[in-house]
Design a protein. Structure first.
Length: 526
């Protein structure tokens, strides 16, 4: 996806800018598949119903909101699994370590690459097991398990969203070994094109390509408890992939012309991708209304937008009219890859973010991608912290960002501590998505038992709805503290005094998977 030796090279001013990455319909009521719904737990047997005068109205503080995600790339074993010959236990241990690290540093989302190149890091009847998982295309892990299911469950246990990241058109990566009989390169050879750098690409203009990728997306959304589907910046391939020569799609182009098509070849290519993006957006929400669709396009739409910006044009090179998708609302979130420093002359971070914001006419989420791995800055952690602060100033209450990639967090000693002690000091809920409708949560029931030096607070999940997280509020001498808890945390022991202050009230709210809050229940502490 996004490392230099696979895809990108930095350029400045008139050079090609670096890219990367490794992306309505009225919604029906939110309803998870029964097998994936975690069981409701009753309140503790000794928890009685408090007197009515203990239930009271309070003014609770606003809960901080910010999307904090990290890309985890499987292609070429960039991030996970670190090698394609790990045992299943080693794969799981690496995943747990990454997820624990993210949770401990107040991240709330994982962008996990489950389909790097027409292959699967999950159980699929459509495409083969990934070479990057087992070292051989089509070979299942042994003992067999489902990595995507594992990642989803472990992310949710930690109160984090799992966005399944897929490359729509890449059919085979040059680091993925030789295509064998199970590879889609051979199984769908009539719609696959070999590029001069050794990669294989589906022809985006072929209806069979569009149908195949659509089936893959719908299959994942239907069978897995994902929170979002994510595409990155690979649509038509970068020109360097074919050594500067034009994409070899003469067959579909000639068929279009012979059928009476009147678009230019460039507009025809863009139209292919536009129709595909719209289709995927609608099909995802038709299957599950609450599953978001996000795209992470190259950070520059065209040179000169905004004025003074230079570099590659995704509009002309990738035939990706990303501005149109945002204007039309065919995404629930948009993460342009703004991988340049704040002070970059040809690709200024803030000016680009402001321009994308000006194009966000339907107020979808706009969360920039940050180049945490290799941004060109003397002090990389300081640069990333500053970019987060700029994003907050530009985006306000809908702020957020995605870090390319988790390696930028794990391999730079100052990065994680700088985030945890700086912009990520507090926990945060993801911003709400008000255009995606959901069934409102009911108010949870709060129970308080006095244990002497502490109180035991507990709450029930019964008849509330599809809860994803809880927010616990504690008031000491009139000052509120908040804590975001995972779904399975159904009680907390709260000291009655802290730093010389006395506990005076406790409150609880439920939060659904789209960040919507229930009404609260609060209790006085005598």
């Amino acid at each position: 996806m996004k490392i230099r030796n696979i895809k990108y090279t930095f350029f400045f001013f008139s050079a090609v800018a670096m890219g990367s990455c490794a992306s309505q319909k009225a919604a029906s009521p939110v309803k998870r598949p029964a097998a994936q719904t975690r069981p409701s737990l009753p309140p503790k047997p000794d928890a009685g119903t408090p007197p009515a005068d203990e239930i009271f109205r309070v003014t609770l503080p606003e809960i901080k909101r910010e999307f904090r995600g990290a890309w985890i790339a499987s292609v070429a074993n960039i991030n996970w699994p670190s090698r394609n010959n790990l045992t299943v236990d080693q794969q799981k241990a690496e995943a747990i370590s990454m997820l624990d690290m993210l949770k401990d540093h107040h991240f709330n989302a994982v962008i996990f690459q489950a389909r790097p190149s027409a292959d699967a890091l999950y159980t699929s009847n459509i495409e083969p097991w990934s070479y990057f998982l087992t070292g051989e295309t089509g070979r299942a892990p042994y003992p067999n398990y489902d990595p995507l299911k594992f990642w989803i469950e472990e992310a949710h246990k930690r109160g984090m969203e799992l966005h399944v990241w897929m490359n729509p058109y890449r059919a085979h990566h040059s680091n993925g070994g030789s295509p064998n009989g199970l590879s889609m390169v051979n199984k769908l050879s009539d719609i696959v094109i070999r590029l001069k750098n050794g990669m294989y690409w589906f022809d985006p203009a072929n209806p069979k390509t569009q149908g195949h990728v659509s089936n893959v997306v719908k299959d994942i959304v239907k069978r897995y408890d994902v929170d979002a589907v994510h595409f990155d910046d690979y649509f038509y391939p970068y020109s360097t992939y074919n050594k500067g020569t034009d994409f070899p799609d003469n067959t579909t182009w000639n068929a279009y012309v012979n059928s009476g098509g009147t678009l230019t070849r460039a507009d025809w290519r863009r139209d292919n991708v536009n129709k595909f993006v719209e289709r995927i957006y609608k099909e995802i929400h038709a299957e599950k209304s609450y599953v978001k669709f996000g795209i992470s396009p190259f950070g520059i739409w065209k040179p000169g937008y905004p004025q003074g910006v230079v570099g590659s044009s995704q509009y002309d090179e990738l035939y990706a009219d990303a501005k149109l998708w945002l204007n039309k609302g065919w995404v629930d979130y948009f993460s342009p890859q703004l991988y340049w420093p704040i002070e970059s002359k040809g690709q200024p971070f803030e000016a680009l973010l402001q321009w994308w914001k000006s194009e966000n006419t339907l107020n979808r989420h706009l969360w920039p991608g940050l180049n945490t791995v290799e941004i060109r800055a003397a002090d990389r952690p300081a640069e990333i912290r500053n970019q987060i602060e700029v994003s907050r100033q530009v985006l306000g209450n809908d702020a957020g960002e995605i870090h390319w990639s988790i390696a930028g967090l794990t391999k730079n000693a100052g990065m994680l501590s700088g985030l945890k002690n700086g912009p990520y000091k507090e926990q945060a809920l993801v911003p709400k998505s008000p255009w995606l409708k959901t069934v409102p949560l009911q108010t949870p029931t709060l129970f308080i038992n006095d244990n002497g030096a502490a109180v035991q607070a507990s709450w029930s999940t019964k008849n509330i709805g599809e809860v994803f997280q809880w927010v616990l509020f504690r008031q000491y001498n009139g000052s509120w503290e908040t804590e975001i808890l995972t779904l399975d945390q159904l009680s907390a022991e709260i000291p009655k005094s802290k730093d010389g202050k006395i506990l005076t009230a406790v409150a609880i709210k439920a939060v659904d998977r789209l960040g919507n809050e229930s009404e609260y229940m609060a209790k006085k502490i005598q």
